[in-house]
Design a protein around this ligand. Structure first.
Ligand code: CTP
Length: 397
């Protein structure tokens, strides 16, 4: 990554302190990081902090006479290999979407031809506001890459969508964009994500702990590498990724129908969803009232979606996941054989900080020949990219 220049724009959000970590990680990779702070950002973090981390001057003012750059917004806009705005407030998003250029950062973005990455961070109400969504859609259509936001604890004390994405995820995405891998252009991809829910009655269901993060990370990574992605998503609390057609489903049956409708037209199927294996034989129309000490539910098998696609013609590349608590490699290999897969991604869900609900995952990739690639504990964006590297190799073969 040496010889690369990233302009890091920091705007006025409480998450601004996390941008210090982004700047630090990028600098450690040998990237020259040129930081531009908006006036509001300087209320949260100081230029000195970034100057100390990056060993570069920090731009805070359009009219800095002592600046080493002749005219910053032109110099940095032309020099940048990539511009990342992290955190990005609703205000900067609105300005960029509408071409406003009233400070160093907005002028630089308006003047650049480099790819731009935006990591929004804001209150849920501001994020969900249709005008913010419209602005984000405009930026996406102009080719900006959006990272996050996540669902979680916000500065207001509330819980909701709007939390800044983890710095290492932002750094991973920046590095992949600097690499400019566009090796999935023209490919049709279906990715399933989340945990299916099988209704017992109008208020209860059988579900599982899947957050959907792995599937969503795969969908975003495939999109960024040029694929046309359809994401068949069971319920999650994640923001819908822009540029990806999301098909919402609830049950294994609905997911099976959605996959079945599209499978003959795709090059790649990645089943990252945690699909319920059993559902109640009958969904009760009314809420079941408590009565006896025991309540025995009778369950029946759901369709095995991945196994059912084995006979599909033309046959796409089919990749499955195996979430295991014991005998990881053996169980994963059995699934690979039984479902006749091209790859299986095995993850031991007992590892702390990995798998269901976590931002990170530690997986083993196994192919048809039995070749095993063990990956270290990585953030899910990185895992997604590593899986897609293998997919691209298989396509080439
Ligand atoms: N899968 C599927 N349909 C199901 C169950 C699972 O398509 N009804 C897919 C999952 O999306 C995953 C793979 O099959 O890619 C393996 O899922 P997993 O739940 O680990 O295994 P199962 O086949 O359900 O076997 P078991 O629950 O016995 O471990």
């Amino acid at each position: 990554m040496s010889n690369k220049i990233v302009v890091l724009g920091v705007t006025g959000s409480i998450a601004a302190y996390k941008a210090v970590d982004v700047a630090s990680q990028l600098t450690q990779k040998g990237i020259d990081v040129e930081v531009i702070l908006t006036k509001a950002a300087t209320q949260f973090v100081t230029p000195l902090t970034f100057r100390s981390i990056t060993a570069r001057p920090v731009v805070t003012d359009m009219f800095q006479l002592a600046s080493p750059f002749s005219i910053e917004h032109v110099a940095l806009a032309e020099a940048a290999d990539l511009i990342a705005i992290a955190p990005a407030t609703a205000n900067i998003i609105a300005k960029l979407a509408n071409g406003i250029a009233d400070d160093s950062l907005t002028c630089t973005v308006l003047a650049t031809a480099a790819p731009v990455v935006i990591a929004p961070a804001m209150h849920t109400g501001m994020y969900n506001n249709p005008v913010t969504q419209l602005n984000l859609t405009k930026l996406h259509q102009r080719g900006f890459t959006l990272i996050g936001p996540l669902h979680g604890r916000l500065a207001s004390g509330g819980i909701g969508l709007g939390r800044f994405a983890p710095p290492d995820e932002i750094v991973t995405t920046i590095c992949h964009l600097l690499d400019r891998k566009k090796d999935l252009i023209g490919k049709e991809v279906i990715i399933t994500a989340g945990g299916t829910q099988e209704a017992i009655d109008p208020v209860r269901y059988i579900g599982n702990r899947s957050s959907g993060k792995m599937g969503y990370a795969l969908a975003a990574a495939a999109r960024d590498r040029g694929a046309h992605v359809r994401l068949i998503s069971a319920p999650t609390s994640l923001a819908k990724p822009l540029g990806i057609e999301v098909i919402d489903v609830q049950t294994a049956e609905e997911m099976s129908v959605a996959v079945g409708e599209m499978i003959s037209r795709v090059d790649i199927l990645i089943m990252a969803a945690a699909v319920a294996d059993y559902r109640p034989v009958k969904m009760q129309k009314e809420k079941v009232k408590k009565a006896d000490q025991r309540w025995d539910l009778t369950l029946e098998r759901t369709p095995d979606i991945l196994a059912e696609t084995a006979s599909c013609t033309p046959r796409p590349l089919r990749i499955g996941f195996a979430a295991e608590t014991e005998n990881l490699l053996h169980n994963a290999k059995v699934k690979l054989d039984q479902k006749d897969l091209d790859l299986i991604i095995a993850n031991d869900i007992t590892i702390a900080g990995s798998g269901f609900g976590a931002d990170q995952n530690q997986v083993v990739i196994i192919d048809r020949t039995g070749c095993i690639e063990e990956l270290p504990l990585l953030n899910k964006t990185d895992v997604a990219q590593r899986i897609l590297d293998r997919v691209v190799k298989l396509l080439a073969e």
